[in-house]
Write a protein that binds this ligand. Structure first.
Ligand code: NAD
Length: 364
């Protein structure tokens, strides 16, 4: 029997609540397939800092290194708790970015998807949303402004200053645009290249490299769009997008907007893929405003399990089953509180009830 080791990093805020639901789903998949999942829990993020003094402890690194895949909940604290941690040990800087760098997970897949039956969750008008939303944003995850050299100091005028570098070399750009083209080949053969070449030299190089790589994919139509225009287009005509590729910060921001047009960040899972490692996490943060209330939407975390089943364990059918089960719960008239206002004619359910219903559908 095949045994897969999975590191479970539940994280902060709503992380443990939504991770419990994801684990329920993994148990169902394990029970009905000829395999076992060895789930190894490890501390990561703000909770790890408060427990052990470091947000990414050595023990967690070892567990991650010895796993076939990593399932990670969101990390991060509210503003006040964050301020109490030294700047370089705060969850994102001290744990999340080092995890990405360590695994070299340069390709972040963020599906922005709302089948037509669930279109009522979107804040967009029915005539805008049409048959639903179905696109994938591909975000470069280990380069750019978030990883460039930083300098803080006081200048010769006595003023505090900061410098942050946006760095990419052509190989970093080429490997992520290849991912974009390959994804486009599997879908509609349209690739939106999101950039800011009217202002940023980094985008000029990005576009040059993309042009060079494009000759290997003659069937793919490339459509160039400035990132600011793309932000508007996502609201006004999301149906034009199928696969979008972009650098790290653009992808961070635009994918949150993706959550906005779906109706909630709680509908945004993601996969972070490198040449030899992968981890899976919701696109959103730890939602401290709703933590501990059993009202978070676990779709993003369970969807990350679905992506892990497909991309790390080659279990495409089970992955599809998980997506279908989650969507059927909503299609049956249930909603988590992030997606509907009270009185909207839906049956409101809690975090754990959503997980239980997904498990019930899967177990039928
Ligand atoms: P957030 O994504 O945590 O929350 C934004 C809004 O979306 C909140 O109103 C929240 O309640 C809601 N939301 C998010 N996920 C939800 C879910 N599953 N169900 C229902 N509602 C949900 O963003 P924030 O408040 O700006 O950040 C909180 C913390 O998370 C910060 O410390 C931030 O740095 C961190 N963060 C971490 C990650 C990560 O771990 N990859 C990503 C983004 C932000």
């Amino acid at each position: 029997m095949k045994n897969y080791k999975i590191a479970i990093l539940a994280g902060d805020g709503i992380g443990p609540e939504i991770m419990s639901e994801a684990v329920k789903v993994l148990k169902v998949i394990e029970e009905r397939n000829d395999l076992s999942f060895e789930l190894n829990e490890a501390a990561f993020g703000g909770c790890a800092y408060y427990e052990s003094g470091h947000p990414f402890p050595e023990e967690t690194k070892t567990i991650c290194d010895n796993s076939e895949a990593i399932l990670k909940g969101p990390i991060g604290m509210n503003h006040e708790d964050s301020e109490r941690i030294p700047v370089d040990l705060r969850p994102e800087r001290g744990a999340l970015l080092p995890l990405r760098k360590r695994l070299n997970t340069y390709a972040n897949f963020r599906p922005v998807s709302l089948p037509s039956g669930l279109a009522h969750f979107s804040p967009l008008k029915p005539e805008v949303i049409g048959d639903g939303i179905d696109m994938v944003m591909i975000r470069e995850l280990v380069g750019g402004l978030y990883f460039g050299e930083k300098e803080v100091g006081v200048n010769s005028d006595g003023l505090r200053y900061v410098k942050e570098n946006l760095e990419y070399d052509e190989s970093q750009i080429a490997r992520i645009v290849h991912v974009g083209f390959q994804q486009a080949m599997r879908r509609k053969k349209i690739l939106h290249n999101i950039h800011k070449s009217n202002v940023l030299k980094s985008s000029v190089l990005w576009n040059e490299v993309l042009g060079e790589v494009s000759v290997e994919y003659p069937e793919v139509e490339v459509r160039h769009m400035l990132v600011d225009a793309a932000a508007t287009a996502l609201c006004l005509n999301p149906a034009q997008f199928d696969v979008m590729v972009m650098e790290n910060m653009f992808g961070d921001i635009l994918s949150d907007q993706g959550g906005g047009i779906l109706g909630s960040l709680g509908l945004m899972p993601s996969a972070c893929i490198g040449d030899s490692s992968a981890y899976y996490e919701p696109s959103h943060g730890s939602a401290p405003d709703i933590a501990g209330q059993n009202i978070a939407n676990p779709y993003s975390m369970i969807g990350s399990v679905a992506m892990m089943l497909e991309l790390s364990f080659d279990m495409l059918e089970e992955s599809k089953n998980v997506w279908a089960a989650m969507q059927s719960v909503f299609a049956d008239g249930f909603s988590t509180p992030d997606l509907s206002k009270p009185g909207a004619g839906v049956k409101m359910i809690k975090t754990n009830e959503f997980g239980d219903r997904v498990v019930a559908v899967l177990s039928k």
